[in-house]
Write a protein that binds this ligand. Structure first.
Ligand code: ASP
Length: 437
């Protein structure tokens, strides 16, 4: 069994977290490739190394002294080294880094050091070989990843050393310069590494016991999701759940490598397993995998007796397109259709869009409804189960929640309803209680 284990910022925030990581890595022989983020926050008032390093770059470029922030960064790292008695010359490297800084230092060069130094410490602490991402994660000149070269380099490093630590979040351009990925990019590095070495599993260690069925700020103590497919994950992310984005884990998805989200602070919890497909629906599994939603949508309803639906719909969609407004949901009736977009993306263009629809589609009327929240119940099991939508609508109706619009994905993976913004939280709680409770 070969596992790639990626540890996020909160999992490596301080010496105590380093200890937990080592216990996790040592508990399983398979965890031979470890990908590390920059040390994150230890508590609410703390700062992520990455944020401090971005601040250092900003100070440098404005010619303001960054001594104090630099010292905070150095202290954080030295504190971990001292507490755990890690035998690596981090002090010397930090001094060289300090000396290298100038007004012209690039943001990427500076910010990538968060992952670099944290990984250096972790590699020495675990007794694993440190493999710099600049030597195994390669970008092409246009900034896209050179997967072939990267895959080969990571495989080679693992073959050579047997157990390796790779810093997440950055790689090297053909010019030799370091380039960082988008924020949270260590997830991508982990996924690339897992795909490169053909891992049996990609573990993503964080500070929650997997993906929760609903937003814990709305539903108290929501149950974690045991298994979820990549397609369901996509639906939940699209609807606003703060979960891993599918694009960031594309390399493992492509290779059919399961992704397991785990909690560094509770390694005994199984976490969430994300897989390409689930063929054996377990009886115990719920009809609904997760519930997510967002507020502040606008619904434009176009009514026209005996219209040519496809023609009017196409015209309306083209108008939205021309104004650069993404349509997120569409509902259809015999003599009407409704287009749902986020109110922010419509902005002031809404009046021009309506005027153009009136001009082009010649409808009987166009109705505008704002302050709508869209709430989705997502679940692969819905398609095989009659009556789920009925139950869902009944649950909302019983609680007096007025459904303003309904959209069901053609793949029957999600049922989405529009409710008033002010009933958003209640709608999520009602759905959770009737399907998960
Ligand atoms: N340290 C980077 C960030 O804060 C990347 C990561 O943690 O994945 O975004």
């Amino acid at each position: 069994m070969l596992k790639v284990a990626k540890f996020g910022g909160s999992s490596v925030a301080g010496a105590e977290q380093f200890r937990k990581v080592r216990a996790i890595v040592e508990a399983d022989e398979g965890r031979r490739v470890v990908v590390i983020s920059a040390a994150g926050k230890r508590n609410g008032e703390d700062h992520k190394l990455t944020d401090l390093l971005y601040l250092i770059h900003a100070h440098l470029s404005y010619g303001v002294s960054c001594d104090e922030i630099l010292k905070t960064v150095e202290d954080r790292l030295l504190e971990i080294q001292t507490a755990l008695n890690i035998g690596t010359d981090i002090r010397g490297e930090l001094a060289a880094f300090r000396k290298s800084l100038s007004k012209s230092s690039s943001a990427d060069e500076i910010v990538s050091r968060g992952e670099y130094f944290t990984s250096k410490l972790m590699a020495a602490y675990l007794g694993y070989a440190f493999v710099d991402a600049a030597d195994c994660v390669f970008f092409a000149l246009d900034g896209t990843l050179d997967r072939e070269r990267t895959d080969a380099a990571i495989r080679e490093a693992l073959e050579k050393h047997g157990r390796i630590v790779i810093p997440g979040f950055y790689g090297r351009l053909p010019t030799g310069r370091v380039r960082v990925m988008s924020r949270g990019g260590s997830d991508i590095t982990g996924a690339i590494a897992a795909a490169a070495v053909g891992a049996d599993i990609y573990e993503n260690w964080t500070d929650v016991s997997g993906i929760l069925m609903a937003d814990p700020r709305i539903v108290p103590n929501p149950a974690p999701i045991g298994r979820i497919t990549f397609a369901e994950l996509r639906e939940l992310a699209f609807m606003g759940a703060s979960v891993l984005h599918e694009e960031s884990v594309q390399p493992v998805k492509e290779k059919g490598i399961p992704l397991n989200i785990r909690n560094t602070n509770r390694p005994e919890d199984p976490g969430t397993m994300i897989v390409e497909s689930v063929s054996d629906l377990e009886k115990s599994e719920r009809f609904i995998t997760g519930i997510a939603g967002r507020k502040d949508f606008t619904v434009l309803t176009v009514n026209k007796r005996a219209m040519k639906l496809s023609q009017s719909l196409r015209q309306a969609l083209e108008i939205f397109d021309r104004y650069g407004v993404p349509v997120e949901h569409i509902t259809l009736g015999l003599d009407s259709f409704a287009l749902v977009s986020s109110t922010a993306s419509l902005g002031d263009a809404v009046y021009d869009v309506i005027a153009e629809i009136k001009k082009n589609c010649r409808p009987d009327e166009v109705l505008l409804r704002e302050n709508i929240a869209m709430v989705s119940a997502v679940g692969r099991k819905m398609s095989s189960q009659p009556g789920v939508s009925g139950r869902l609508f009944k649950a909302l109706g019983d609680e007096g929640i007025n459904i303003r619009t309904i959209a069901q994905g053609a793949d029957e993976l999600a049922i989405t309803v529009g409710v008033e913004n002010k009933e958003y939280e209640k709608a999520i709680r009602v759905l959770y209680d009737s399907f998960a409770g």
